[in-house]
Write a protein that binds this ligand. Structure first.
Ligand code: ZN
Length: 434
């Protein structure tokens, strides 16, 4: 085996799933981990740091975190923790330590160097919600450090898919079940239902994935979100996925038929839909209650939809539509829906490599406090991925994926761009790239 990487880390205790249990133990989730080139120090101490641990807990100043063999061993006030002899010490005075950032909506889009760039900006885990696992072959063989890769396999779609190259097209329940099982056998940690998949087949996707302990997320345009939630989905990608569920039925039907006739109708259509939505409607509050009560996670991917006055090709309708997406995200958060951070990789208002940070800024604009936005990007994403037993917060026993930034992002979310150092699986990477 190469010194450099171990291509496939299987955190799997599969016996219970082979028996077809319906429960969803977190150990069902696999990831593809390219192990860091730097060997981790056996014992490492980060001292004097301002700590944001990924939970709702307020930041704590002058803390020490001990990392032992790639895991967080001890977390406590610097004056109460004795740094063991022989430990490598990093004096982090003036810096803030956060859990490694997790991205629930990352697309490779043939840009093989993007995952490593995201990692250097603090994103230690990415989940691609719809691409062949083979599409990541080169990334996994690269000589650069890579974030943890949580993959889905091709998204499951109906005929006339919008993205043929990223789709497995299915036409009935049997084909659906086979396609989902193939993704799962290949190492999928989530299954994505795409928007041409009819409701009954979404239900079949959920049935098959859940039997193996794997969550299902969806990008919707044609199926109403409330119906898809009752069919069993665990997550919604893009705020726009709830559009038809919020519109009056006649307008929803017109939008649905337009997209059925032409996938491209959605690109301007959804801004039109969103610019007209009444977010105070009875339908809106019913849907939000359903999302909250069923524990459905929303990854709104606001940054990819961002349109502002003065943007090229943006009309008042675009600007108003986007404003409503931001407002809906805030509303969802306030009623207790789990809102998480998904970058969509490249977005109009961020330079290459900074889409994740842009999404965090927009979550704050939506009404999350900076601390809540950080939780959305760390522990809440870990829950969405079903890996919160080992990632997502700085707590004893968890894997040491950590980010050091200058300043304090709980005071100013822009400080998330001031990445100083990144640790993955207990090993520091080289200094962050700009
Ligand atoms: Zn996407």
């Amino acid at each position: 085996m190469s010194r450099r990487y171990l291509a496939f880390l299987l955190l799997l205790l599969c016996v219970p799933f082979a028996l077809g249990q319906q429960t969803a133990p977190q150990s069902a989730i696999q990831e593809f981990l390219v192990l860091p080139q730097q060997r981790p120090s056996a014992m490492l101490a980060i001292t004097g740091v301002n700590l944001i641990d990924g939970t709702s807990r307020a930041p704590r100043s002058d803390m020490t975190v001990l990392v032992l063999n790639g895991r967080i061993h001890t977390v406590g006030p610097s004056n109460a923790i004795a740094v063991p002899k022989g430990a490598e010490v990093f004096d982090a005075n003036g810096l803030t330590l956060l859990p490694g950032l997790m991205d629930s909506h990352f697309h490779l889009d043939s840009d093989g160097t993007l995952p490593a760039l995201f990692l250097s900006h603090g994103v230690t885990s990415v989940r691609d919600p719809g691409a062949w696992i083979e599409a990541y072959e080169k990334v996994r063989r690269s000589k650069e450090n890579q974030p943890r890769l949580f993959l889905a396999g091709p998204h499951i779609d109906g005929t006339m898919p919008a993205y043929p190259a990223d789709s497995a097209v299915v036409r009935d329940a049997k084909e659906t079940s086979l396609a989902v099982k193939r993704n799962l056998d290949d190492g999928a940690s989530v299954i994505k239902a795409y928007f041409r998949l009819p409701l009954a087949l979404i239900e079949e996707v959920a049935r098959v994935a859940h039997a193996r302990g794997i969550p299902v997320t969806a990008h919707l345009e044609i199926v109403d979100a409330d119906d898809a939630i009752r069919a069993g989905i665990d997550g919604l990608e893009h705020a726009t996925s709830v559009g038809t569920a919020l519109l009056p039925p006649r307008e929803a039907e017109a939008y649905r038929q337009a997209v059925l006739a032409d996938n491209a109708a959605r690109s301007v259509g959804r801004y039109r839909v969103w610019s007209q939505l009444d977010l105070k409607s009875e339908r809106a509050s019913r849907l939000l209650k359903l999302m909250a009560s069923r524990n459905v996670t929303l990854s709104p991917t606001l940054a990819v939809f961002e349109r502002r006055d003065g943007d090229k090709d943006a009309t008042g309708m675009h600007v108003q539509g986007f404003r409503q997406m931001v407002a809906f995200t805030g509303q969802a958060h306030r009623v207790g829906v789990r809102v998480v951070a998904g970058s969509h990789s490249s977005v109009p208002h961020a330079e290459r490599g900074w889409a994740y940070q842009r999404e965090m800024e927009l979550l704050v604009e939506a009404g999350l406090t900076p601390l809540q936005a950080i939780q959305a990007g760390t522990l809440d994403n870990a829950k969405f991925f079903r890996v919160a037993n080992r990632l997502g917060s700085i707590e004893a026993g968890k894997q040491a994926d950590l980010v050091l930034v200058e300043g304090d992002p709980s005071q100013n979310i822009l400080h998330l761009r001031r990445v100083k150092r990144v640790m993955i699986d207990g090993a520091w990477l080289a200094e962050a790239r700009k």
